[in-house]
Structures are given as C-alpha cells and as structure tokens.
Design a protein around this ligand. Structure first.
Ligand code: FES
Length: 285
C-alpha cells in the first residue's frame, strides 16, 4: 500500500465518492454517515495521541519530526488536527490568477505570473489575445487586479510586463517594458458643445473609438467597447448616468466607468480636459 502515493489514494477516494454520489438518497446518506463517523473517531484518536506524546519528554520534537512526513502531515491536516500551512504569497497570487483564467481562456487569452516582487508589487504577463490588444489589456488587467487584491490586500502595483521580460526581471533583446500610459499625447476630440449632458458620442482618435459623455456637467471619456464582447457602446441608452449596452444590456456608471453588471470589470477612464472650447483626450490604453 505504501507504494501508492498519497495523491493516488486520495484520487481513489474521490472516485469512490463519485460512485456513491450516483446512489439513491438513502444509500448515499448511509455511506456519508459511515465516512463521517469513521473520520470523527480517527480525528479524536489523533488528538488524544498527540496530546499524550506532546507531554512526554522529547515528545514535541518527535511530533515536529513526524509532521515533516507528507503522509502524516496531510492526514492530520485532513482531520483538522493540524492547521493547513499558510499559503505563500506566490501561492495566493497563483490561486487568484487561476480564478480568472477560465474567463481569459474563453476569450483565447491567459495570464502568467512573472514574479512576486513583494506583498505590494506583482508582475504578470498577458498571453494570447490579451497580449497586444490595448483595450483587452485594460479590462483584463482590472479583473486580474481585483482578484489579486482580494487574495493579497496589500497589493499596490500590478505591472503587466512585455512578453519578452524574463522572470528574473531582465529584458530579452528586442523587448521592452511598456511605456507609461500617461506619456500618450492629448488629442482633439471635437468641440465641447458636441458632447451633450446625459448622452454618449463616439469619436475616432488615432484609430481608437472613444466614447465621450457629460454627466452632471463633467466630461468623461472611455473606450467605446463593451467589456462583455467588445461591441460599441455609443448606440446604448443612458438613463440617470447609467449607460446600457445595446447588445446584451451590460450597464455602466458613466461617472466612474464601473460596470454594474459584472463588478470585476470596468471601462478604464481616459484623462480628459478642455482647451479653447475643445475636448482633449489622452487615449492611454
Ligand atoms: S457586448 Fe455589451 S453586453 Fe454584450
């Protein structure tokens, strides 16, 4: 028996449980009750055993040595006798990335952890359709940032590195770290009067479709692309500062870009100002 790994035996258990799950309710309930009772008996026996050994001279050291063995550690952890080890920062970030991967993969994208610099700074790399598409990168980044921040609340800097940047932070020849988005030029988006209070208007700026709006007298600019499937938003309806996408009804707060339908994404706002009666926009992503 010891020739089979812990993982293989655990998989056997999962398989047996899956079989039992197909049984009719009464038999299933009986099987579960047997398992729960046996586990409770074992857990209590382990607790008593550990208490006894701990009180013996040299007992604590022996216990510490025993739990270095993964079999012992896993079984005691399973029974709740040992606390599971606190996941490392890398494990927390990896788990957060794993949680967003299904969404990214459904759009032919992925994300890779490059390195955890500290509890405040994490570097990632976007792969597939997420890489190179400035709009996708912006929206995907917000989703990833939210997931990592939930796992590591101290996170302050999430850097999306160029695909050519290596895990050790060195840059491969021909690659570079993305320039600051705020180095982008201010572009003329038309006269201020063309943007009506509570309405949306689309303008083309250097090949990017930009959504302009005015809410409570303040101008706002966003990418004219829904975070759902990237469809243009300018045909949507606006009521009380909330824009509804004309395609599948995703709703956005136009004061912040926040998506009220899928809270993990948002329209990334562009810097906007006026100059001599013109709306000036910095298309940062
Ligand atoms: S594209 Fe906007 S809700 Fe689907």
């Amino acid at each position: 028996m010891s020739e089979r790994s812990f993982q293989e035996l655990a998989q056997d258990l999962d398989r047996l449980e899956a079989i039992a799950d197909q049984w009719e309710a009464e038999k299933r309930g009986t099987a579960r009750a047997i398992r729960t009772t046996v586990e409770a008996l074992q857990a209590e026996a382990f607790r008593r055993l550990i208490r006894t050994i701990k009180d013996e001279p040299g007992g604590l050291a022996a216990l510490k040595k025993a739990v270095e063995d993964p079999w012992v550690r896993n079984v005691l952890t399973f029974h709740g006798v040992l606390r599971p080890p606190e996941p490392t920062l890398e494990e927390k970030v990896e788990a957060a990335l794993e949680s967003v991967r299904p969404t990214l993969k459904s759009h032919s994208g992925n994300v890779e952890l490059v390195r955890v610099v500290s509890s405040e700074e994490v570097h990632i790399r976007l792969i597939g359709s997420c890489d190179g598409c400035s709009f996708s990168e912006a929206t995907v980044r917000i989703g990833i940032e939210t997931a990592i921040q939930a796992a590591v609340p101290t996170l302050k800097v999430l850097k999306v590195v160029d695909p050519g940047v290596r895990a050790d932070g060195l840059v491969q020849l021909g690659s570079k770290i993305s320039a600051s988005p705020y180095s982008k030029p201010w572009q003329d988006a038309g006269p201020v009067e063309a943007v009506t209070e509570g309405q949306v208007r689309a303008v083309e700026l250097s090949g990017a479709s930009v959504l302009l709006t005015k809410i409570e007298g303040t101008l706002h600019a966003y990418p004219n692309a829904c975070t759902h499937l990237g469809m243009p938003l300018d045909g949507g309806t606006v009521a009380d500062g909330i824009l509804e996408c004309p395609y599948h009804a995703f709703r956005y707060d136009l004061k912040t870009g926040e998506c009220l339908t899928a809270l993990e994404v948002q329209l990334p706002p562009y810097p906007v100002r006026t100059e001599a009666g013109r709306v000036m926009v910095q298309v940062t992503v």
